[in-house]
Design a protein around this ligand. Structure first.
Ligand SMILES: NC(=O)c1ccc[n+]([C@@H]2O[C@H](COP(=O)([O-])OP(=O)(O)OC[C@H]3O[C@@H](n4cnc5c(N)ncnc54)[C@H](OP(=O)(O)O)[C@@H]3O)[C@@H](O)[C@H]2O)c1
Length: 307
């Protein structure tokens, strides 16, 4: 068993705006097949959280629904058929039951052990943004010495993509607002201001053109840079598959496993990857954390510190 007191959680009671969000009490969840029950320590906050709440990704969820896709914490109970985890293990992973909660379930096949000496905050955001960045770079498969353009480089996915691409020997240029200039440069990327004239600024920074584009914004932000694409430019998008397809681009296919998550955590432990946790909120301030991400202009990662 996982104990009896009700656990505090944060979710939404109807599809819509932030006004549908509420604190909820729920009984502790038992780990089913393929699951780990955990006491949550830190949860990552992502754009997908508000996209789900707004109904952009379907309206089939049972409501109220606890929000949040990823968490780190301590294993309370290991479900049937799960190997490699024991109660007491410090872990992180993709949730099966919402992450903005004192207690939840992880999908064991999308979970890994937290390396010793690494904070719970440092691994809480690897499943969504870091693993997506990793998948995107694998899909682009650019060799060392090539030039990668990242649209929306200051966000959670972009911050990790820039670091991993630099590690792979790529030249990285990325679009971000003026307020994120120094931050983007600290990632080893050349910062380009987006908006009017952006294609000309990119062309000036990359006179030989760009070999790959990672689009994390979509829509007009993608259309306004299309002038720099050449026959050799590979395009992938996490944000807007329809607009990417207009330019021959592809959606980023997700291929995360426990092994790829463990590899990302090992990079963090070695000091070679920084998830850049920039904003921390206690669970009681979950609405503010979500609002920061929903603004579309947070940089680095926003997390909820649950315990
Ligand atoms: N399919 C998947 O598996 C998957 C996984 C992860 C993420 N995603 C999607 O990928 C997108 C990015 O996610 P994220 O977590 O990195 O978001 P995020 O952390 O919220 O960052 C968004 C960034 O976009 C920048 N931005 C806003 N408007 C811009 C524009 N016109 N041009 C350039 N940059 C702009 C903002 O920086 P400034 O303040 O500098 O404007 C901000 O740093 C979201 O749509 C998310 O849902 C998909």
């Amino acid at each position: 068993g996982v104990g009896s007191p009700m656990a505090k959680a944060f979710g939404f009671v109807d599809y819509g705006g932030p006004e549908t969000q509420e604190f909820l009490d729920r009984p502790p969840l038992e780990a089913g097949p393929g699951q780990l029950a955990i006491a949550v320590r830190v949860a990552g906050v992502n754009p997908v959280d508000w996209k789900i709440r707004r109904g952009f990704l379907g309206r089939e969820r049972q409501l109220p629904a606890v929000m949040g896709q990823e968490a780190s914490g301590v294993v309370q109970q290991v479900g049937p058929g799960v190997n490699g985890f024991t109660p007491g293990d410090e872990v992180f992973g993709q949730t099966a039951a919402g992450a903005f909660a004192e207690q939840t379930l992880l999908r064991a096949e999308l979970s890994a052990l937290k390396p010793e000496g690494v904070g719970f905050d440092q691994v809480a955001t690897l499943c969504v943004s870091a693993a997506t960045a990793d998948d995107a770079l694998r899909q682009l498969a650019l060799g060392a010495g090539r030039t990668l353009l990242i649209l929306g480089v200051a966000g959670g996915v972009g911050s990790v993509a820039a670091q991993l691409a630099r590690r792979g020997g790529l030249t990285v240029i990325g679009t971000a607002s003026d307020s994120n200039r120094a931050y983007v440069e600290s990632l080893g990327a050349t910062r380009i201001r987006y908006g009017d004239g952006v294609a000309e600024r990119i062309a000036a920074a990359a006179p030989d053109g760009v070999d790959g584009v990672l689009d994390l914004v979509g829509g007009d932000a993608l259309r306004e840079v299309a002038g720099v694409f050449t026959d050799r430019t590979e395009l992938v998008s996490t944000a807007d598959p329809a607009t990417a397809a207009e330019f021959g681009g592809q959606y980023v296919a997700r291929s995360t496993t426990s092994e790829t998550l463990a590899a990302l955590a090992a990079l963090v432990a070695a000091g070679e990857l920084d998830p850049h946790i920039t904003h921390r909120y206690p669970l009681g301030h979950a609405a503010e954390a979500l609002a920061a991400v929903e603004s579309g202009h947070s940089h680095g990662k926003v997390v909820l510190e649950v315990a």
